[in-house]
Design a protein. Structure first.
Length: 398
């Protein structure tokens, strides 16, 4: 639902009831991920999309019915249809499970609070029961960025406490996910499935080296939604005028800045200086932090020398395996702009555990399984390890 947070926040502020249809499960190839929603108000106004157009008409009518009937939440299933051209079906061949429920802002003020945070760019989470005991389908609970639970339609007790704990964990990880809990005496005797919608702060990309490649990379990263920092020790090069797409430009020694920077498992560290006096102290520090991606630019000869110096500096082989160097995928990149695409493509592939192969050479669903929670360091390592080391940008940098 947080994909349409701004509109839903406005509707809540106007005390306008609406029906919310949310994708709670995806099987096969589907155009939009779990957690995506469409909403319809009592005047018939609609916002959002859950299928890129395939089943929107059927979902719209279902939303209207739920609004008019003022009944309990409903589940609907949409799959591939080729027998009837006018049937509601996903022509992409996937399957969607959708929960449709009526939201009355006057009685669900907690939802308005979470939507207000998300619309303002602040972290928030909304947990939504999507499967479980009768009467709980569609029940919600909201958690703000500081960890406070601001209420919900789940009754206070062990179930609500367990759901809030999982919502806080996913909020810290910055990841929307469906989780299963219950089935034990301490929480809920019956198992239930909860979809936790997360609006997180933007992930960070730290770019070291105020070079032309950094200018292009900062633009590509900003387009992808990163909060971009460019850092260089040379004030004549590290200027806001040279990096208009960066959120901040810092003049400092790279390793000294990294020591005080906020780094988590969603952070990408891109070292573009290919100068040992900057690279070695910086990478020695970066490879010991929980950053999700650490890449360094340079030729293969530079890479080999860099590894030798890092080993001399005390790094282990287990730490060095986390270094993506030469940085980027082998796209034949030459220009700074092409190299920026190469680097961001590698980061996207790592995040999504992708093979980096052309889709035309693969089989099975185009949209594979979701990446592990960003906070799960072991799972992240396994996922990143599944992608081959980059073939490199040796031609891009001497």
């Amino acid at each position: 639902m947080l994909n349409i947070a701004e509109t839903l926040h406005r509707w809540c502020g106007e005390a306008r009831p609406f029906a919310l249809a949310t994708v709670v499960d995806v099987r096969g190839s589907a155009p939009l991920p779990v957690g995506t929603s469409v909403a319809v108000d009592e005047d018939g106004n609609a916002v959002g999309s859950i299928s890129g157009g395939c089943v929107e008409g059927a979902v719209y009518e279902l939303c209207r019915q739920v609004l008019q009937n003022r009944g309990e939440a409903q589940r609907a299933w949409f799959g591939y249809s080729d027998e009837d051209a006018f049937a509601a079906g996903l022509t992409c061949g996937g399957e969607l499970d959708v929960v449709v429920q009526r939201i009355d802002p006057a009685h669900q003020r907690h939802l308005g609070a979470a939507l207000a945070e998300a619309a303002g760019g602040l972290p928030a989470a909304v947990a939504q029961v999507v499967d479980g005991p009768d009467g709980l389908l569609g029940a919600t609970l909201s958690v703000l960025g500081d960890g406070r639970t601001v209420g919900g339609t789940l009754d206070d007790g062990p179930v609500a406490s367990a759901v809030a704990d999982r919502a806080r964990a996913l909020l810290r990880a910055g990841r929307t996910a469906r989780v299963t809990l219950g089935g034990d005496a301490d929480t809920c005797p019956e198992r239930l499935s909860v979809l936790v919608h997360v609006a997180a702060t933007r992930p960070r990309m730290l770019i070291f080296g105020a070079v032309d490649f950094a200018a292009a990379l900062s633009q590509a990263a900003r387009f992808l939604g990163y909060h971009v920092t460019v850092c260089d020790a040379r004030p004549v090069f590290a200027t806001a005028a040279r990096f208009p797409h960066a959120d901040e430009v810092v003049v400092d020694w790279p390793h000294r800045y990294l020591e005080r920077a906020e780094v988590d498992a969603r952070t990408a560290v891109c070292v573009l200086t290919h100068d040992a006096k900057f690279d070695i102290p910086l990478l020695r520090l970066a490879l010991g932090l929980p950053a999700g991606y650490v890449g360094a630019m340079g030729s293969r000869r530079t890479h080999d020398e860099r590894l030798r110096l890092l080993r001399e500096a005390g790094l282990t082989e287990a730490q060095l395996v986390g270094l993506r160097s030469p940085i980027g995928l082998d796209l034949g990149a030459r220009t700074p702009e092409e190299t920026a695409i190469s680097i961001t493509a590698e980061i996207i592939a790592h995040t999504n555990r992708a093979s980096c192969l052309p889709l035309s050479q693969g089989t099975g669903p185009i949209h594979g399984p979701t990446a592990p929670a960003h906070g799960d360091k072991q799972a992240i390592g396994e996922a990143y390890g599944a992608v081959p080391m980059s073939a490199g940008q040796a031609a891009a940098v001497p």
